[in-house]
Structures are given as structure tokens and as C-alpha cells.
Design a protein around this ligand. Structure first.
Ligand SMILES: NC(=O)c1ccc[n+]([C@@H]2O[C@H](COP(=O)([O-])OP(=O)(O)OC[C@H]3O[C@@H](n4cnc5c(N)ncnc54)[C@H](OP(=O)(O)O)[C@@H]3O)[C@@H](O)[C@H]2O)c1
Length: 292
């Protein structure tokens, strides 16, 4: 298949692109800078220059492809409404370009906060009363099924880990370094899901290869790693003590790290034949590369 990938130069995209190429697909990656274009060309992908504001380019990329994987996102937590607006515009534009084609269109979503306190499955829908506003992007994508598109939503674990990670776990590590203590919230029994980056990439490939329209998939390898286990691994890595903290003491990530948000991947494994093979989060943290 010819696959158009937005966010192809990002943390997950740069694992998705080589995985697609290694499985015989052609890839066109969206690049907004020379650096991203160079990275994609070096990986063996075709480059389409543009960004989330160049909707004509997104439309062109989608029209010229057999499948689309949408990973680009503006992670600006200071102006999240604008990030969501751009995401929605991109989804609507790509959806319109694929109208009536039956082609697969996979977007990234998340498991965090989906069903607090219970193990969320792929069939669980977010509670509209408490759902994160970003879940509206997933709903908009799934609604494209009515327009003859094959929409697919990949809910990622909040930690997509591996060497080079710049996400939530490095944020917690920086915070522990600063505070000279690795904090967990309350008893630390709340759970986060986790997945290695390479395993997450495989879910996107298998999704566009074979998931039926409207599939919700969980790129989740570990159903629940506790806050305390994560803090202890960080404490060991940095050689700092581990202690309970309030969400406020951990800054903007505190309320997120406080969530008890386990999720399973049984339905994804059954549908796609996906079995994660990468190291678990605690093994990855014990490996040392997070603390260099
Ligand atoms: N990593 C995780 O743990 C995690 C967990 C749950 C969900 N997700 C979601 O999964 C998706 C991919 O995440 P990631 O970790 O790979 O993120 P990332 O490393 O921050 O990569 C984001 C990608 O989006 C591109 N991008 C940002 N702003 C753009 C713009 N205005 N126009 C065009 N491209 C733009 C970036 O391009 P440049 O390379 O040019 O900067 C990069 O390729 C995102 O939707 C993210 O929210 C990630």
C-alpha cells in the first residue's frame, strides 16, 4: 500500500515509517522542516512538504495514497484548544479527501482517563461528562465510516516508551531530579498503561492492513503499571528517595500521574494477531538509557 503518514518524523512516526517500509509498503511522510524531510528521506520515505495548516497538502497526501496514518499533533498544553482545532481540521480534511473510497484512515488517541478505576477495553466509550476534549477527534474520525471511509482509532498508552522518549516519563524523571525525590500520588496504587514504541508502531501498520471500519484498537502492552512502581524505578535510576506527593507538588503532570487508568489489549490482539514483544516499562527504566 501507499501510506501517507502525518507526524512521520515524531517519536511514534519514526518507528511507524520503517515498520511500514520493512513490510513492503510505500510511505509518504508529511514534513514541515528540512530536518524532518531529511530524516524521512534517509529512512526511505517520500517527502511531502507541509504542515497541519496546509490543508490542501493534507488533502493531496490523502488522495494520492491507499491509507493514511495521522500522528501529527501540536503538543502545546498552553493553548490546547488551538491544538484540538488544528487536529480536527486535519481529520475533517483527510476524511473529505478519502470520502467514498473505503480506504483506511488511522488516527492516534489515548487510553489515559478513559474509564477511571476500571480496566478499559476497546469497546468502552469515554463518558461524555468527564471525557477529555481530545476524545472528540476520535469521535469525528469514527463518524467518517458513514461517508465511506475506513476509520480506525488507535488508543495509545500514556507512556509510549523506549530509547529517545521525550514524553511523560522523562518529564517525571526531570521533576524527580529537580525535587531530589521521586514522587507518587497517594498510595501510588493508581495504574498507567504502557507500550514500547516499536510495538505501538506495529499496531498502526496492522490496523491499516486489516482492521475493519470503525475499529478502536489499544496500543497497550501493559494493562497497569502503578505510580509507585514508576516512581521507584525513577528513584533507583537517579539514586534519589521515593515518597508520596500531592498532585499539586508534581505540577502540570500531577493530575495526569494521579489517574487510575488501566486498559486491556485482548480485543486488539484477537483482531490483529498483535502480541507486544518489546521490553516492559520497568525493564526499559532499569536499562539505564532514561538516566543518561
Ligand atoms: N508518545 C506518547 O506517549 C503518546 C501517548 C498517547 C498519544 N500520543 C499521540 O500520538 C501521536 C504521535 O505522538 P508522538 O509521541 O510521536 O509525538 P511527537 O514526537 O511530539 O511528534 C509529533 C509529530 O507531529 C508533528 N507536528 C507537530 N506540529 C505540527 C504542525 N503544526 N504541522 C505538522 N506537523 C506537526 C511533528 O513534526 P516535527 O517532527 O517537525 O516536530 C512530529 O512529527 C500524537 O497525536 C500524540 O498526542 C502519544
Amino acid at each position: 500500500m501507499r501510506v501517507f503518514v502525518t507526524g512521520a518524523s515524531g517519536w511514534i512516526g519514526s518507528a511507524v515509517v520503517p515498520d511500514l517500509l520493512a513490510h513492503g509498503h510505500e510511505v509518504t511522510g508529511l514534513a514541515r522542516s528540512d530536518a524532518a524531510a531529511g530524516q524521512l528521506a534517509a529512512a526511505g520515505a517520500r517527502v511531502l512538504r507541509g504542515n497541519l495548516d496546509t490543508l490542501d497538502v493534507l488533502s493531496q497526501g490523502a488522495k494520492e495514497s491507499d491509507a493514511v496514518i495521522h500522528l501529527a499533533f501540536v503538543h502545546d498544553f498552553g493553548n490546547f484548544a488551538e491544538s484540538l482545532r488544528k487536529d480536527r481540521a486535519a481529520i475533517d480534511t483527510i476524511g473529505a479527501a478519502l470520502d467514498g473510497t473505503g480506504r483506511p484512515f488511522a488516527i492516534a488517541s489515548g487510553t489515559l482517563g478513559l474509564l477511571p478505576g476500571r480496566v478499559a477495553t476497546e469497546r468502552d466509550l469515554p463518558d461524555p461528562a468527564t471525557a477529555h476534549p481530545r476524545t472528540q477527534s476520535a469521535a469525528a474520525a469514527l463518524a467518517l465510516e458513514d461517508r465511506g471511509v475506513r476509520p480506525l482509532v488507535v488508543r495509545l498508552a500514556p507512556t509510549v516508551h523506549g530509547e529517545g522518549d521525550k514524553g511523560f516519563v522523562p518529564t517525571l524523571i526531570d521533576l524527580a531530579r529537580e525535587r531530589k525525590t521521586a514522587g507518587y500520588i497517594g498510595l501510588g496504587s493508581n495504574r498507567w498503561t504502557a507500550v514500547h514504541r516499536d510495538d505501538a508502531a506495529t499496531v498502526f501498520r496492522l490496523a491499516v492492513e486489516k482492521a475493519p471500519a470503525g475499529s478502536v484498537l489499544h496500543a497497550v502492552a501493559e494493562e497497569g503499571v502503578t505510580g509507585r512502581e514508576i516512581a521507584e524505578a525513577i528513584g533507583r535510576g537517579l539514586g534519589v528517595p521515593v515518597a508520596p506527593a500531592t498532585p499539586d507538588e508534581l505540577g502540570w503532570i500531577g493530575p495526569l500521574f494521579a489517574l487510575d487508568s488501566p486498559a486491556s489489549h485482548a480485543l486488539t490482539s484477537e483482531l490483529l494477531g498483535w502480541e507486544p514483544t518489546g521490553p516492559g516499562l520497568l525493564d526499559d527504566l532499569a536499562d539505564g538509557h532514561y538516566f543518561k
